[in-house]
Design a protein around this ligand. Sequence first.
Ligand SMILES: [Zn+2]
Length: 136
Amino acid sequence: MDPSAADRSIESASGAPAGPGSEGSSAPIDSRTALEAERARLREELAATIQAPGQMTYGSQAAAASHVFEQQRDLALRDRAQQQLALVDAALVRLDAGTFGRCLRCGKPIAPERLEALPWAEHCIDCARLIAQGRG
Ligand SMILES: [Zn+2]
């Protein structure tokens, strides 16, 4: 069942018409669905953290400090959610552009199991490792 039948198929590798009941293991595993779900989740998360309580009076320094701590933690979470949202958006753009699933650094295909786990992955595992080591 593919709800998005309107796919302008991007020159799928030669031949092999998808037979009836094909497992479709080489097709992007509903990456769009996964990405859109993640995007919705992140937006909710962002909407939830954005409403910081305005001016508050604190009974004590400790209360103020813990409030500041909470705000910083929320900000950190929000930063992460925003970065993640940017990745997800970029992946959706690549889906539309037909470049989804290719490493941005070396241009090789990203392993399907990696994309299944991280549909917004921008790099193949080799490049991701190099980048993590600061050699990107
Ligand atoms: Zn790569």
